[in-house]
Ligand binder design. Structure first.
Ligand code: SF4
Length: 327
Protein backbone atom coordinates (compact mmCIF):
# COMPACT_ATOMS: atom_id res chain seq x y z
CA UNK A 1 0.00 0.00 0.00
CA UNK A 2 1.27 3.50 -0.82
CA UNK A 3 1.90 5.59 2.30
CA UNK A 4 -0.39 8.59 2.63
CA UNK A 5 2.62 10.71 3.48
CA UNK A 6 6.28 9.80 3.33
CA UNK A 7 9.19 11.95 4.48
CA UNK A 8 12.80 11.16 3.60
CA UNK A 9 15.89 12.60 5.29
CA UNK A 10 14.22 15.88 6.29
CA UNK A 11 16.52 18.60 7.57
CA UNK A 12 15.42 21.99 8.87
CA UNK A 13 18.04 24.45 10.06
CA UNK A 14 17.32 27.73 11.82
CA UNK A 15 19.80 30.54 12.32
CA UNK A 16 19.78 31.54 15.99
CA UNK A 17 21.45 34.79 17.06
CA UNK A 18 22.70 35.05 20.64
CA UNK A 19 22.27 38.67 21.77
CA UNK A 20 21.76 41.69 19.54
CA UNK A 21 25.23 41.61 17.97
CA UNK A 22 25.91 37.88 18.21
CA UNK A 23 26.77 35.95 15.06
CA UNK A 24 23.97 33.71 13.78
CA UNK A 25 24.51 30.07 14.68
CA UNK A 26 22.87 27.29 12.66
CA UNK A 27 20.63 25.01 14.72
CA UNK A 28 19.48 21.74 13.18
CA UNK A 29 15.93 21.60 14.55
CA UNK A 30 15.19 18.52 12.45
CA UNK A 31 18.19 16.48 11.42
CA UNK A 32 17.62 13.71 8.90
CA UNK A 33 14.16 12.41 9.81
CA UNK A 34 12.46 9.77 7.64
CA UNK A 35 9.00 8.45 8.39
CA UNK A 36 5.76 7.40 6.78
CA UNK A 37 2.11 7.41 7.72
CA UNK A 38 -0.30 4.96 6.14
CA UNK A 39 -3.92 5.89 5.30
CA UNK A 40 -6.08 5.85 8.44
CA UNK A 41 -3.09 5.36 10.75
CA UNK A 42 -2.12 7.47 13.76
CA UNK A 43 1.57 8.13 14.24
CA UNK A 44 2.47 9.58 17.64
CA UNK A 45 5.57 11.77 17.78
CA UNK A 46 6.92 12.23 21.29
CA UNK A 47 9.87 13.96 22.86
CA UNK A 48 10.76 16.79 25.19
CA UNK A 49 10.50 20.44 24.25
CA UNK A 50 13.25 21.24 21.72
CA UNK A 51 13.21 17.79 20.11
CA UNK A 52 12.02 19.19 16.77
CA UNK A 53 8.61 17.51 16.72
CA UNK A 54 6.59 20.68 15.98
CA UNK A 55 8.99 21.72 13.22
CA UNK A 56 8.62 18.25 11.73
CA UNK A 57 4.81 18.56 11.84
CA UNK A 58 4.93 21.89 10.01
CA UNK A 59 7.16 20.41 7.31
CA UNK A 60 4.79 17.46 6.83
CA UNK A 61 2.01 19.96 6.14
CA UNK A 62 4.15 21.99 3.77
CA UNK A 63 3.95 25.06 6.04
CA UNK A 64 7.74 25.03 6.47
CA UNK A 65 10.07 23.87 3.71
CA UNK A 66 12.84 21.40 4.51
CA UNK A 67 16.33 22.51 3.48
CA UNK A 68 17.13 18.90 2.63
CA UNK A 69 15.04 15.81 2.03
CA UNK A 70 11.69 15.25 0.38
CA UNK A 71 8.03 14.70 1.20
CA UNK A 72 5.56 12.72 -0.91
CA UNK A 73 1.79 12.78 -0.41
CA UNK A 74 -0.07 9.78 -1.87
CA UNK A 75 3.10 8.95 -3.80
CA UNK A 76 3.44 12.40 -5.39
CA UNK A 77 6.05 15.03 -4.50
CA UNK A 78 4.75 17.83 -2.29
CA UNK A 79 3.94 20.78 -4.60
CA UNK A 80 5.74 24.10 -4.12
CA UNK A 81 4.19 26.33 -1.51
CA UNK A 82 1.46 28.84 -2.51
CA UNK A 83 0.81 27.16 -5.87
CA UNK A 84 -2.74 26.13 -6.81
CA UNK A 85 -1.77 22.44 -6.32
CA UNK A 86 -0.41 23.17 -2.86
CA UNK A 87 -3.58 25.02 -1.84
CA UNK A 88 -5.71 22.12 -3.08
CA UNK A 89 -3.55 19.68 -1.14
CA UNK A 90 -3.66 21.81 2.02
CA UNK A 91 -7.44 21.34 2.10
CA UNK A 92 -6.67 17.62 2.48
CA UNK A 93 -4.19 18.20 5.31
CA UNK A 94 -5.21 20.10 8.41
CA UNK A 95 -3.47 21.33 11.54
CA UNK A 96 -4.89 21.35 15.06
CA UNK A 97 -2.62 22.99 17.58
CA UNK A 98 -2.48 23.66 21.27
CA UNK A 99 -4.26 26.97 21.70
CA UNK A 100 -7.80 26.92 20.27
CA UNK A 101 -8.40 30.56 21.18
CA UNK A 102 -5.46 31.62 19.01
CA UNK A 103 -6.76 29.43 16.17
CA UNK A 104 -10.22 31.01 16.23
CA UNK A 105 -11.40 34.50 15.33
CA UNK A 106 -13.04 36.02 18.42
CA UNK A 107 -15.35 38.21 16.27
CA UNK A 108 -16.87 35.37 14.22
CA UNK A 109 -19.48 32.87 15.40
CA UNK A 110 -18.32 29.29 15.63
CA UNK A 111 -20.84 28.18 13.00
CA UNK A 112 -19.34 30.59 10.48
CA UNK A 113 -15.80 29.54 11.39
CA UNK A 114 -16.59 25.87 10.94
CA UNK A 115 -18.16 26.71 7.57
CA UNK A 116 -15.18 28.78 6.38
CA UNK A 117 -13.25 25.90 4.71
CA UNK A 118 -16.41 24.88 2.82
CA UNK A 119 -16.66 28.40 1.44
CA UNK A 120 -12.94 28.97 0.78
CA UNK A 121 -12.37 25.66 -0.98
CA UNK A 122 -15.87 25.65 -2.56
CA UNK A 123 -16.33 22.09 -1.36
CA UNK A 124 -20.12 21.88 -1.47
CA UNK A 125 -22.90 24.10 -2.90
CA UNK A 126 -23.67 27.06 -0.67
CA UNK A 127 -27.23 25.88 0.00
CA UNK A 128 -25.88 22.68 1.63
CA UNK A 129 -23.26 24.36 3.80
CA UNK A 130 -25.60 25.03 6.76
CA UNK A 131 -26.55 21.36 7.01
CA UNK A 132 -22.88 20.31 6.82
CA UNK A 133 -21.94 22.76 9.59
CA UNK A 134 -24.70 21.33 11.79
CA UNK A 135 -23.44 17.80 11.05
CA UNK A 136 -19.88 18.79 12.02
CA UNK A 137 -21.04 20.52 15.21
CA UNK A 138 -22.89 17.37 16.23
CA UNK A 139 -19.94 15.16 15.25
CA UNK A 140 -17.68 16.90 17.77
CA UNK A 141 -20.25 16.68 20.56
CA UNK A 142 -21.53 20.26 20.54
CA UNK A 143 -25.16 21.35 20.17
CA UNK A 144 -26.39 22.93 16.93
CA UNK A 145 -27.75 25.92 18.89
CA UNK A 146 -24.15 26.72 19.90
CA UNK A 147 -23.37 27.66 16.28
CA UNK A 148 -24.29 31.28 17.06
CA UNK A 149 -21.88 31.54 19.98
CA UNK A 150 -18.54 33.30 19.88
CA UNK A 151 -15.32 31.56 20.96
CA UNK A 152 -15.09 33.41 24.30
CA UNK A 153 -18.54 32.05 25.23
CA UNK A 154 -17.25 28.46 25.16
CA UNK A 155 -14.97 26.49 27.49
CA UNK A 156 -11.43 25.50 26.41
CA UNK A 157 -12.54 21.94 25.60
CA UNK A 158 -15.49 23.19 23.55
CA UNK A 159 -13.24 25.58 21.63
CA UNK A 160 -10.89 22.72 20.75
CA UNK A 161 -13.93 20.76 19.51
CA UNK A 162 -14.74 23.73 17.25
CA UNK A 163 -11.19 23.72 15.86
CA UNK A 164 -11.47 19.96 15.21
CA UNK A 165 -14.87 20.42 13.51
CA UNK A 166 -13.34 23.07 11.25
CA UNK A 167 -10.41 20.77 10.45
CA UNK A 168 -12.89 18.02 9.50
CA UNK A 169 -14.95 20.31 7.25
CA UNK A 170 -12.75 19.76 4.20
CA UNK A 171 -12.82 15.95 4.66
CA UNK A 172 -9.05 15.80 5.16
CA UNK A 173 -6.91 12.73 4.59
CA UNK A 174 -4.39 13.83 7.22
CA UNK A 175 -4.61 15.89 10.41
CA UNK A 176 -1.45 16.97 12.20
CA UNK A 177 -2.29 17.58 15.86
CA UNK A 178 0.38 19.52 17.75
CA UNK A 179 -0.18 19.20 21.51
CA UNK A 180 -3.95 19.41 20.90
CA UNK A 181 -5.03 18.72 24.48
CA UNK A 182 -2.14 19.96 26.59
CA UNK A 183 -3.92 23.24 27.44
CA UNK A 184 -7.03 21.37 28.66
CA UNK A 185 -7.94 19.96 32.08
CA UNK A 186 -7.07 16.29 32.47
CA UNK A 187 -10.76 15.20 32.60
CA UNK A 188 -11.51 17.16 29.41
CA UNK A 189 -8.35 15.78 27.72
CA UNK A 190 -9.73 12.24 27.91
CA UNK A 191 -13.07 13.31 26.39
CA UNK A 192 -11.42 15.15 23.51
CA UNK A 193 -8.98 12.28 22.83
CA UNK A 194 -11.82 9.73 22.78
CA UNK A 195 -13.77 11.95 20.42
CA UNK A 196 -10.76 12.38 18.12
CA UNK A 197 -10.16 8.63 18.04
CA UNK A 198 -13.81 7.95 17.17
CA UNK A 199 -13.87 10.61 14.46
CA UNK A 200 -10.61 9.40 13.01
CA UNK A 201 -11.84 5.81 12.83
CA UNK A 202 -15.23 6.69 11.37
CA UNK A 203 -13.74 9.04 8.75
CA UNK A 204 -10.60 6.98 7.92
CA UNK A 205 -8.33 9.95 8.56
CA UNK A 206 -4.60 9.53 9.18
CA UNK A 207 -3.18 11.52 12.08
CA UNK A 208 0.21 12.70 13.18
CA UNK A 209 -0.21 13.28 16.89
CA UNK A 210 2.57 15.36 18.42
CA UNK A 211 2.85 15.48 22.20
CA UNK A 212 5.29 15.58 25.08
CA UNK A 213 2.69 13.60 27.08
CA UNK A 214 3.10 9.86 26.61
CA UNK A 215 -0.11 8.99 28.46
CA UNK A 216 -2.09 10.85 25.83
CA UNK A 217 -0.12 9.32 22.95
CA UNK A 218 -0.60 5.80 24.31
CA UNK A 219 -4.37 6.30 24.11
CA UNK A 220 -4.45 7.27 20.48
CA UNK A 221 -1.36 6.22 18.47
CA UNK A 222 -0.93 3.05 16.41
CA UNK A 223 2.80 3.69 16.06
CA UNK A 224 5.14 5.98 17.96
CA UNK A 225 8.31 7.80 16.89
CA UNK A 226 10.46 9.10 19.74
CA UNK A 227 12.51 12.20 18.95
CA UNK A 228 15.57 13.59 20.68
CA UNK A 229 17.32 16.74 19.49
CA UNK A 230 15.98 16.64 15.97
CA UNK A 231 16.34 12.92 15.31
CA UNK A 232 14.15 9.87 15.65
CA UNK A 233 15.81 7.60 18.22
CA UNK A 234 13.21 4.82 18.27
CA UNK A 235 10.11 3.92 16.30
CA UNK A 236 7.76 1.00 16.82
CA UNK A 237 4.14 0.07 17.32
CA UNK A 238 2.55 1.85 20.26
CA UNK A 239 2.16 -1.50 22.01
CA UNK A 240 5.88 -2.33 21.59
CA UNK A 241 7.04 1.10 22.73
CA UNK A 242 4.99 1.00 25.94
CA UNK A 243 5.44 -2.72 26.66
CA UNK A 244 9.16 -3.03 25.98
CA UNK A 245 10.97 0.22 25.14
CA UNK A 246 14.51 -0.37 23.87
CA UNK A 247 16.31 2.96 23.54
CA UNK A 248 17.50 4.33 26.93
CA UNK A 249 15.70 7.62 26.29
CA UNK A 250 12.42 5.86 25.43
CA UNK A 251 12.84 3.73 28.57
CA UNK A 252 13.14 6.86 30.69
CA UNK A 253 10.09 8.48 29.09
CA UNK A 254 7.96 5.34 29.37
CA UNK A 255 9.02 4.70 32.97
CA UNK A 256 7.45 8.02 33.99
CA UNK A 257 4.00 7.14 32.60
CA UNK A 258 1.63 5.99 35.34
CA UNK A 259 -0.39 2.82 34.70
CA UNK A 260 -3.93 3.04 36.15
CA UNK A 261 -4.25 0.99 39.36
CA UNK A 262 -0.49 0.34 39.66
CA UNK A 263 2.18 2.18 41.65
CA UNK A 264 4.88 3.89 39.58
CA UNK A 265 7.80 1.44 39.71
CA UNK A 266 11.30 1.49 38.30
CA UNK A 267 11.14 5.10 37.21
CA UNK A 268 14.30 6.20 35.38
CA UNK A 269 15.17 9.77 36.34
CA UNK A 270 17.06 11.47 33.53
CA UNK A 271 20.22 13.21 34.67
CA UNK A 272 21.61 16.42 33.24
CA UNK A 273 20.05 19.25 31.33
CA UNK A 274 17.10 18.89 28.98
CA UNK A 275 18.10 19.00 25.33
CA UNK A 276 19.25 22.32 23.90
CA UNK A 277 19.20 22.31 20.09
CA UNK A 278 21.74 25.16 20.04
CA UNK A 279 24.43 23.03 21.71
CA UNK A 280 24.12 19.49 20.45
CA UNK A 281 26.51 17.08 22.19
CA UNK A 282 28.93 15.17 19.96
CA UNK A 283 28.31 11.55 18.98
CA UNK A 284 25.01 10.32 20.39
CA UNK A 285 23.28 13.53 21.48
CA UNK A 286 21.77 11.67 24.43
CA UNK A 287 25.14 10.54 25.86
CA UNK A 288 25.46 13.20 28.64
CA UNK A 289 22.20 11.89 30.16
CA UNK A 290 22.41 8.22 29.26
CA UNK A 291 22.96 5.60 31.99
CA UNK A 292 24.43 3.18 29.39
CA UNK A 293 26.81 5.63 27.68
CA UNK A 294 30.31 4.42 26.83
CA UNK A 295 33.25 5.79 24.86
CA UNK A 296 31.88 5.19 21.38
CA UNK A 297 28.75 7.16 22.28
CA UNK A 298 30.76 10.37 22.73
CA UNK A 299 32.27 10.23 19.23
CA UNK A 300 30.01 8.29 16.88
CA UNK A 301 26.43 9.17 15.96
CA UNK A 302 24.34 5.98 16.13
CA UNK A 303 22.34 5.23 12.99
CA UNK A 304 18.64 4.45 13.12
CA UNK A 305 18.70 0.70 12.45
CA UNK A 306 16.13 -2.04 12.11
CA UNK A 307 16.32 -4.02 15.35
CA UNK A 308 13.61 -6.53 14.44
CA UNK A 309 9.87 -6.94 14.99
CA UNK A 310 9.09 -3.82 12.99
CA UNK A 311 11.13 -1.62 15.30
CA UNK A 312 14.00 0.79 14.67
CA UNK A 313 16.37 2.34 17.19
CA UNK A 314 19.43 4.59 17.11
CA UNK A 315 21.67 3.30 19.88
CA UNK A 316 25.05 1.57 19.78
CA UNK A 317 24.14 -0.68 22.70
CA UNK A 318 20.65 -1.61 21.56
CA UNK A 319 21.87 -2.36 18.05
CA UNK A 320 24.60 -4.55 19.50
CA UNK A 321 27.46 -2.53 18.05
CA UNK A 322 29.16 -2.57 21.41
CA UNK A 323 28.91 -5.10 24.19
CA UNK A 324 26.90 -3.74 27.08
CA UNK A 325 28.92 -3.52 30.26
CA UNK A 326 27.18 -4.84 33.36
CA UNK A 327 26.45 -1.99 35.75
FE1 SF4 B 1 23.07 5.77 25.38
FE2 SF4 B 1 25.15 5.29 23.80
FE3 SF4 B 1 22.75 4.33 23.18
FE4 SF4 B 1 23.26 6.93 23.01
S1 SF4 B 1 24.19 5.31 21.78
S2 SF4 B 1 21.46 6.02 23.86
S3 SF4 B 1 24.59 7.24 24.74
S4 SF4 B 1 23.98 3.78 24.95
Amino acid sequence: MTPLIEARDLVRIYQIRRGLFGRPTPVRAVDGVSLQVMPGETLGIVGESGSGKSTLGRMLLGIDDPQEGSIRFQGQPMPARHTAQWRALRARMQLVFQDPLAALDRRVTIGNQIGEPLEIHRLIPREHQGARVTELIRAVGLRPDQADRYPHELSGGQRQRVVIARALASRPKLIVCDEPVSALDVSIQAQVINMMRDLQESNGIAMVFISHDLKVVRNIADRVAVMYLGRVVEEASSDAIFRAPQHPYTKALVSSVPVPGKPLQGRVILQGEPPNPASRPSGCAFHPRCPLARDICRFTVPELLDIGEGRTAACHVVAGETTPVAA
